[in-house]
Write a protein that binds this ligand. Sequence first.
Ligand code: CDP
Length: 788
Amino acid sequence: MEPRTSPEVGGMGHSLKRKEDPRFIRGKGTYVDDVQLPGMLYLDIVRSPYAHAKIVKIDSSKALAVPGVLAVITGQDLARYNLHWMPTLMSDTQMVLPVEKVMYQAQEVAAVLATSRYAAADGAAAVQVEYDPLPVVVDPHKALEPGAPVLRTDKKDKKDNHIWHWEWGDRAATEREFAGADVKVKQDIYIPRIHVASIETCGCIAHFDKVNDKLTVWMTTQAPHAIRTVFALVAGHVGLAEHKIRIISPDIGGGFGGKVPVYPGYVIAVAASVLTGKPVKWIEDRMENLQADSFARDYHITAELAAKRDGTLTALRIKTLADHGYADAAANPSKFPAGLFHVCTGSYDLKAAHVEVDGAYTNKPPGGIAYRCSFRVTEAVHTIERMADLMAHELGMDPAEFRMKNFVKPEQFPYKSALGWEYDSGNYHGALRKAMDTIGYAELRREQADKRARGQLMGIGISSFTEIVGAGPSKHFDILGLKMFDSCEMRIHPTGKAIARFGTKSQGQGHETTYAQILAEELGIPAKDIQVEEGDTDTAPYGLGTYASRSTPVAGAAAAVAARKIRDKARKIAAHLLEVAEEDLEWEPGKFSVKGAPGKSKTIQDIAFAAYTNHPQGMEAGLEAVSYYDPPNLTYPFGSYICVVDIDTGTGEVKVRRFVAIDDCGNIINPMIVQGQVHGGLTMGLAPALYEEISYDENGNVQGGSFIDYLLPTAVETPKWETGHTVTPSPHHPLGAKGVGESATVGAPAAIANAVVDAMWHLGVRHVDIPITPAKVWKLLRQHGVTD
Ligand code: CDP
């Protein structure tokens, strides 16, 4: 799309340099740990070495003797105020500090308050805890077996470890399609537990001002307003009313969903500040962050796909066991315990589908966050894209041809999926065709055949994914009852400069730039003249925050609507200034002119000045508006990715040689930022595909709890991404835009896994679970006689 505004105005379609970058690249950002307050105290946390154990005794005497240590806070202390448990976002409960037993390794056991971070750490090391170990359950399948130890003994009526059962779709119709199908494929797929591993760990500074009865919390949160409400609901009984709570979310060093939940450390810091009247800082270290914060994925899936002999797909059936750790603390809309997993029919036109998910408790940290995907969409996409490849190979069809045959066709949009979603728009054939042209698909297949004849292993993998972002229409989407709208409040100053505040919170996505571009597009005020603010609940309008790529679809739409309200008022003022009727005016970005007399015009800056100096009699002064936008539907970005891998038959190492990513996020606000989002997202897709996993031994000891063995890809491992896009505007979004922040993370792993299986299909390999480590591949190569 050609930009409508000039580069100086910098509306949609301009690759404006990010406004926030000068402070970031000079090290002048303000992250929570940069905030220093006079008289600040420090908190450190004592954590459990056991995955399941009774707490027999906590002896604080040695810790209290450490110079600088002021107090040791235990679950018993919090229990006096009924703050030792807290609700999770999924209406389960989670311990702040335990009174009776611990439920996972690295769980918070006690907290030490001291005058310095070092004293707090020394104090934490000196707290002596006596434990009585209990049987540990790490496997969710075993957790559901009869006779398994019941983990949630705090829930009086709970007799097993089953959390919930959820199902969606038409079971009978799906069974009928399977019964009549020519070809069926079935596969167990495990999508392992991973962590967002953002550069900045979590932390906060809680400051309770006893004189003014006001609590201010600087906090690493992606959803400051919702957090304020949750704090007020949980701690109202100890006197924390919502108007006396201010949450400030300063610069955030990556969130990716991991900074949505409330962690015990936040609550303990608040309690410590309320009790002492002093500011209390708590900042996690890297290992605490990896071992104790909310995880993502951990889905054990069995999927089945049915088709006709000619390759026409008919039905999908999925059963999933979701490992939630010891509490269901997933960050999902309340109505959907398995998030939006039922977008698992993907880009394909199926007659019927049925999906079942069961949640189980285990002795692991709680969570199930939407890690750079809108609520379990990565799991859904990985499943359907792996299954599509499996079916194509089973039928002896080329995976690209098979997809083209089964895609929802452009003319079918808006398309109602077999599981009830209304896809707003799409052109899946266009995206795949572009990806195939870019990578030279036919030539690659020839190369593969040649190499195969010479005993070399080369694979080509496709992932044609459909995302679902922009939660959400409030009739379906809420979190703890809070409807998932979002907001923009814009105020134009007399000199034509402006400030706009939002209910979302950027964690590196560049909102200060792109929101300004949306407003520039709508009003013609240069983006550089619009200051964008987010993250302070005392100033920003209420919103549900930034995760699940919802900022552009929801708050971006709110920006457009607020700007259009301002334009309506600006039209009235322009009519007054030009002494014509409103209908006689026409708008072009930045000014109103009299129809047929383009010389007679008023710029938005003229109008802003008049709004304070010369507005019509009876009109209120000022030029401002607010919008709380409730989207009519979600947006459905999509893309086609093609990956080429070479496998070293000696070591089992997989090398991604090429990776072409064609994304479609509708109309693009800032092409450079979108490309950056895709590059980062692809690397975050490569990571779980080849490297990252958090697993546990049978005693519940975490493996992958530090960066020594939780393998983040660096620039060395990351291939050169080749990106491009198609544009299919969303018909219902005011700007035709869809979200993009997560597409690449959602779409990439399946392309890589499909390429690896494609390389080894002729050997008899049908599936390999991610992360596809050299050891796994080498084992397969040995099994199939390729290496010894
Ligand atoms: O909610 P979050 O900001 O993580 O995700 P998003 O709405 O997908 O936006 C990520 C970044 O890409 C933001 O800076 C958006 O403004 C930008 N973007 C864009 O320029 N054009 C789009 N069509 C979608 C997103």
